[in-house]
Design a protein around this ligand. Structure first.
Ligand code: LAG
Length: 455
């Protein structure tokens, strides 16, 4: 049996995309647990295709079986990572690739050979959808992403599409996920969930065990459509959904004017906060241009701080490797095995950024307290309180701004968390002095934030 996770202070998830298992474990112990993160999302741990020559990051999205040998490490390294993270108070969420298998035959990281639609001991041709049978397109690929039949039964990027209406396929997938739950995994990011019929997702989730936390697994579904049966809202009855359109909104606001974020989380199509896994970027959006990325530097840090402060969705902090070309591998040995994370030029380590850590603390202190006291200057200076529990201001402009804001806080002196929080009896950084009327005159640095939330 898996031990209960150590008490954790919050719900923020670090998305350590393609960090290897020993590096994830070390980050849980050294950074995530001590700084109040509640979870870590890891890259797909199942066996995958191993190409010859280069090893693009997307090999992991071509499953070759459900053995836990991957570019990030073997089964015992995975298990030990989960145990270590849980001991640090950090729950583990796995990226589950269950819509499809690989796009061609080949060999895997486990050393298994497989051919098209044939994975020895796991799946045979009849376990997949095929063109001319369930899929109506001539190519066998999805050609119209607004056509439900194609989205459900044709191939996403020519990846062999599992017949999830079959009882056998459902039980094979559930068996894989239940094995992970048995190792202490707390939930899943469901890759390409939009491409699995709603009823099939419901059946698979219904077969999952309780987690070691004593709850149903947390489910965050990747739904890239926007309307009707393919909208995120159409899957929210089954679990949470990824904030893809919200990350696009953050990009346009932070590259334009952030005063537009007054409606963040309240637009039509925005699901309830409790159903939203929100983020500034993920491994797809940072490459396809739909979101900000580490290449936006301080703007991306500020957007991450905003997301942690605002209170829409369960915030995720994306932290991965740097790249020049979109297909680039993370730092790896010639064998494709990913090497240890070393923060600096090859790995972004946003999860460790001190300004981000300060806002994880803010997020945990204000909890679910409602926003109030919205301020904006119509351009790039905004502020809000979280009831009377905290107040934060964000300046996305290129010069410092001094302004008198309503804070919602009781009169007194508060220490800005971002410039250092509380020292012994005094602030080590910026002081925010709230007068009897609840207002404070504060200078917010260029491309920076000020945030206070007394413990
Ligand atoms: C996802 N969500 O729905 C992942 O977030 C996304 O990263 C995955 O695509 C996709 N779905 C399938 O899981 C990634 C790359 C693709 C890559 C695919 C499989 O963005 O470029 O496709 O993983 O490795 C690659 C080639 C394609 C080829 C395919 C099959 O780029 O040209 O058709 O492999 O051979």
């Amino acid at each position: 049996t898996v031990a209960a996770a150590a008490a954790s202070s919050g719900d923020v998830i670090a998305n350590l995309f393609e960090w290897n298992w020993p590096s994830v474990a070390k980050e849980c112990t050294d950074v995530l647990g001590p700084n109040g993160y509640g979870g870590v999302q890891v890259a797909p741990p199942q066996d995958s295709i191993k190409l010859t020559g280069s090893h693009p990051w997307w090999e992991v999205y071509q499953p070759a079986g459900y053995q836990l040998n991957s570019r990030m490490g073997n089964e015992s390294a995975f298990q030990s990572m989960v145990t270590t993270c849980r001991a640090a108070g950090v729950k583990v969420y796995v990226d589950a690739v269950i819509n499809h298998m690989a796009g061609s035959g080949g060999t895997s990281y486990s050393g298994n050979a497989f051919t098209a639609y044939n994975y020895p001991g796991l799946y045979i041709s009849n376990d997949f959808h095929h063109k001319g049978v369930e899929c109506p397109t001539a190519s066998g690929a999805i050609e119209d992403f607004s056509n439900l039949q194609q989205v459900d039964f044709c191939e996403l990027s020519h990846l062999e599409d599992l017949k999830t209406e079959s009882a056998y396929v459902r039980s094979a997938i559930a068996g894989y996920l239940n094995k992970l739950i048995g190792y202490g995994v707390s939930g899943f990011r469901v890759d390409a969930a939009m491409h699995i019929p709603h009823a099939d997702l419901a059946a698979i989730y219904g077969a999952l065990h309780q987690t070691a936390d004593g709850t149903a697994p947390y489910i965050a579904q990747e739904i890239s459509g926007s309307s009707g049966a393919l909208a995120p809202a159409a899957f929210a009855d089954l679990g949470s959904v990824l904030g893809l359109s919200q990350s696009a909104q953050l990009k346009s606001a932070f590259l334009g004017t952030i005063a537009t974020l007054k409606n963040f989380g309240t637009r039509s199509g925005d699901v309830a906060s409790t159903k939203m896994l929100s983020f500034v970027a993920n491994h797809d959006t940072e490459r396809n241009g739909n979101s900000l990325s580490y290449k936006n530097g301080a703007t991306t840090t500020l957007a991450t701080q905003f997301l942690l402060g605002y209170g829409y969705g369960r915030p995720q902090v994306y932290s991965s490797f740097t790249w020049a070309a979109a297909d680039d591998s993370p730092p790896a040995a010639g064998s494709g095995m990913i090497t240890a994370t070393s923060c600096g030029s090859a790995w972004t380590c946003f999860d460790r950024n001190p300004g981000v850590l300060a806002m994880v603390t803010f997020h945990n202190r204000v909890g679910t307290t409602a926003r109030a006291n919205w301020y904006d200057d119509g351009a790039n200076l905004i502020a809000f309180s979280r009831g009377a529990k905290g107040w934060a201001a964000f300046n996305n402009g290129t010069t410092a701004k001094t302004q008198t804001f309503p804070t919602g806080l009781a009169a007194g002196t508060y220490c800005d968390l971002i410039t250092g929080g509380t020292g012994s009896g005094a602030c080590t950084g910026t002081k925010v002095t709230v007068g009897s009327g609840g207002t404070a005159t504060v200078t917010v640095p260029a491309k920076g934030a000020v945030a206070v939330a007394p413990a």
